[in-house]
Design a protein around this ligand. Structure first.
Ligand code: NCD
Ligand code: ZN
Length: 343
């Protein structure tokens, strides 16, 4: 007997679309299963100004999309001005990304000292903009970075800006889960498929650079906390795939001492990863809450007529996808397939 399961098209408020020719692959993959995404602003020349953001979202990205809504996001620096934030908000850019400087891909313009951005957070709070935090401490190592952010930086921000709308991105620890679940309904967190499916032990087992992402994968108790949050149906916990394409030669360099970039490419098989883990957790009925309804509600998005059907027939994830990107679970056979029904 074939089991199949209909869910609405995914809504994913965290994808890296990159730029130029890469857009062809990223947008095509995003459109396969999502009707709405938020496109991250850490392009090579980051989207730190309204002009640059307009050029990217309305020019480059739009040229490649046919039926995908891409929510825009501004890249905050320590020098972003009040006027720049106001101007962005006036032009419909209501999301602002806050990167810890130097801790992830293209984050060299990010924040070193969070007290310096209190004036900007204040403006964002009064304009009802959303602060998207990459929650890692800019002075910590990859293992302690997230815990240090939530214990040393976040509490003061939380207290100083009690009305600021926040998305705590790609949470990876039980401390971060507790933080969001203690907070108000206008503060949400996103979770990636890799943090639900894998732990640091899986990465170490084969020293698999395809699993190298920021925040780093953590231990089983953290993974369990993320999994329970994801299947809880809580409106504050939602998908944010953090799909980040990296080509084979970057992820598996043959040159000695090459720096391996962080990020997992998940857009192309996203519903399959989610169905696999939600089934393992006995919670397929919570998948659409996590991957569609919670984002719909929080961003007040229009309902969709697009559906996906998940079919319980195996899919073998290829070693590489078109464009030479390494997908998450490359080479593995996962128990689900997916088809789309778009009108
Ligand atoms: C992302 C990327 O490659 O752009 N990498 C990652 O490990 N998650 C950046 C980010 O979201 O941190
Ligand atoms: Zn990201």
């Amino acid at each position: 007997v074939t089991t199949s399961y209909i869910i609405p098209a995914l809504r994913d408020p965290h994808q890296h679309l990159r730029e130029d020719l890469e857009l062809q692959h990223t947008v095509e993959a995003a459109e396969l299963w999502c009707d709405t995404i938020l496109g991250m602003p850490n392009t090579r020349e980051p989207l730190t100004t309204l002009d640059r953001a307009k050029q990217y979202y309305l020019g480059q990205v739009r040229a490649y999309t046919t039926h995908l809504t891409v929510m825009p996001c501004l890249y905050l620096t320590e020098d972003t001005t009040h006027e720049q934030l106001k101007e962005a908000a006036d032009h419909g850019i209501n999301s602002v990304k806050i990167y810890p400087r130097g801790k992830t891909s293209h984050s060299q313009h990010g924040i070193r000292n969070y007290t310096l951005i209190y004036p900007q957070l204040d403006v964002m709070q009064s304009l009802r903009m959303t602060a998207h935090f990459h929650g890692e401490h800019p002075e910590s190592d990859p293992w302690t970075g997230e815990r240090d952010f939530y214990t040393q930086i976040f509490p003061a921000i939380n207290q100083a800006f009690p009305r600021l709308r926040m998305v705590l991105e790609h949470i990876s620890t039980k401390e971060a889960v507790e933080t969001v679940l203690k907070g108000p309904g206008f503060r949400v967190a996103t979770i990636t498929p890799q943090h639900l499916l894998f732990t640091i032990g899986d990465l170490l087992q084969d020293l698999d650079s395809a699993l190298h992402c920021r925040p780093a994968l953590k231990e089983t108790p953290d993974q369990r906390a993320l999994q329970s949050a994801a299947i809880s149906g809580d409106p504050r916990i939602m998908l944010g795939s953090d799909s980040a394409p990296w080509k084979l030669h970057k992820k598996r360099p043959t040159t000695a001492r090459a720096v391996i970039p962080c990020g997992c490419w998940t857009a192309k098989y996203l519903p399959i990863y989610l169905a696999t883990i939600f089934e393992q957790l006995g919670a397929l009925d919570k998948l659409s809450t996590f991957a569609h309804h919670n984002a719909t509600q929080w961003w007040s998005l229009r309902p969709t007529s697009r559906c996906l059907s998940l079919v319980r027939e195996p899919t073998t994830i290829p070693h590489l996808t078109e464009g030479d990107y390494i997908p998450l679970c490359a080479g593995a056979t996962l128990p689900w397939s997916v088809e789309r029904h778009y009108t």
